[in-house]
Design a protein around this ligand. Structure first.
Ligand SMILES: *Cc1c(COP(=O)(O)O)cnc(C)c1O
Length: 407
């Protein structure tokens, strides 16, 4: 029998549709000067203005005049693309300057820029594993897909510890032959639960058992710490982390990923990571914009303060209303619905009836049964936006029959 490729793929899609976790992308057009407002291009061809409530552009740097001006200046002066891989004619002064900028951000000897945060995690972790014979990764169970992928492609042993569970982490470290190289891989802000890792305790254990520390600060760079260095900076722990990884795609409002650390380890990753070497380097406009955002947030506190004030207001309103959101220390507000079809129904109502855009978060991004709305009150939301959103959610939770069992 010959395989019918097309019906095979149709069946694959049908499967996830049945489970209620088929992904519908919402086509939007953000409006400079007016973010978090955007135009929504509906499947029926209509267009309307909506308010985004699920953006990672946490402080609105994507529309910051300095960031836009830096991108334009680079585009006008040097053109659209970098023209090559980093090794072969694709390293521009913009790459070098941005790498210095992130090394300085984390007070490290060196920095390295990748196409994205995903590629940075994949490239750095897989290379670390390959360069350390017989090493073991000890990985938090909630780590991002890019870290999981990097560790997997290193082909080294991986042991998973329960989320943020220091007793479990120690139990595992204790069980490993002290002579074997060990890398503890974890995140600071876990973006789906909105909680923050015990970074100091993790570093204490790393010291005790001579493990390297690899910290993903993707959801924290730009918005935690007095210079936007992340949670490790805020807690005075940066020098205890061997490698800090971040992105320009979230609070910095642009695109690209990076790692920082001691010169030797960064140079080793630069020299061996496939995902760094065999790809065209990022265009100057993106790098210039990213650098403008990083440098701006090293000194400006207004954006962080505004975001913090907005998040506190939003959480307070939800708390007063008895809404079942996950109380974490971070700026992210996850509101669990617990069932994929219901989760989608809620976000459809928000979009159709209230012009509010929230993407439903389903498996495999989060475990089944914990499907949720992941809400972000950014620095750019107005007090009115926030009060309105809290009111709408409260009404939906109270009135919608599908939700009464969950709330
Ligand atoms: C988004 C994300 C990444 C990937 O960063 P990109 O720059 O978007 O590729 C890595 N780690 C975590 C925890 C993330 O949430």
């Amino acid at each position: 029998m010959t395989i019918d490729y097309n019906s095979h793929f149709e069946a694959c899609i049908e499967g996830i549709k049945q489970e209620g976790r088929y992904r519908y992308f919402a086509a939007i057009e953000r409006i400079v000067g007016n973010f978090p407002k955007a135009n929504y291009y509906a499947p029926d061809g209509s267009v309307k203005e909506i308010t985004i409530w699920c953006s990672n552009d946490y402080v609105g740097m994507g529309q910051h005049p300095k960031v836009i001006a830096a991108a334009k200046e680079a585009l006008d002066s040097t053109g659209a693309g970098a023209g090559g891989t980093r090794n072969i004619s694709g390293t521009t002064r913009y790459h070098v300057e941005l790498e210095q900028s992130v090394a300085d951000l984390h007070n490290k000897e060196a920095g390295l820029v990748f196409s994205s945060g995903y590629v940075a995690n994949e490239g750095a972790l897989s290379t670390l594993g390959k360069l350390l014979p017989d090493c073991v990764f000890i990985s938090d169970e909630m780590n991002h897909a890019s870290m999981i992928h990097g560790i997997k492609s290193s082909k080294q042993e991986k042991i998973i510890y329960r989320h943020n569970d220091m007793e479990h982490l120690e139990e595992i470290l204790k069980s490993i032959d002290p002579k074997r190289p060990k890398i503890i891989a974890f995140e600071s802000v876990y973006s789906m639960d909105g909680d923050i890792a015990p970074i100091k305790e993790t570093c204490d254990l790393a010291d005790k058992y001579n493990a390297m520390t690899y910290l993903d600060e993707v959801h924290a760079v730009g918005i935690y710490g007095p210079r936007g260095g992340g949670v490790a900076e805020e807690r005075g722990l940066m020098e205890r982390i061997d490698i800090i990884e971040g992105t320009f795609g979230k609070a910095y409002g642009c695109m690209g990923g990076f790692i920082t650390g001691k010169r030797a380890v960064i140079d080793a990753i630069r020299s061996f990571a496939s995902g760094f070497i065999f790809t065209t380097s990022l265009p100057p406009s993106v790098l210039a914009a990213s650098r403008a955002a990083v440098e701006h947030l090293k000194t400006s506190q207004i954006e962080r303060e505004r975001m913090r004030r907005n998040v506190a207001l939003f959480k307070g309103l939800l708390r007063d209303a008895g809404m079942p959101f996950m109380e974490g220390e971070s700026h992210i507000v996850p509101l669990v619905v617990g069932e994929p079809n219901c989760c989608r129904e809620v976000t459809d109502i928000l979009m159709d009836d209230y012009d509010i855009y929230v993407q439903p978060i389903n498996y495999p991004t989060v475990p089944r049964g914990t499907e949720r709305l992941r809400l972000t009150a950014t620095a750019a939301h107005s007090e009115e936006d926030i009060r309105h959103m809290a009111q709408v959610l409260q009404e939906l939770w109270a009135s919608h029959h599908l939700l009464s069992a969950v709330a």
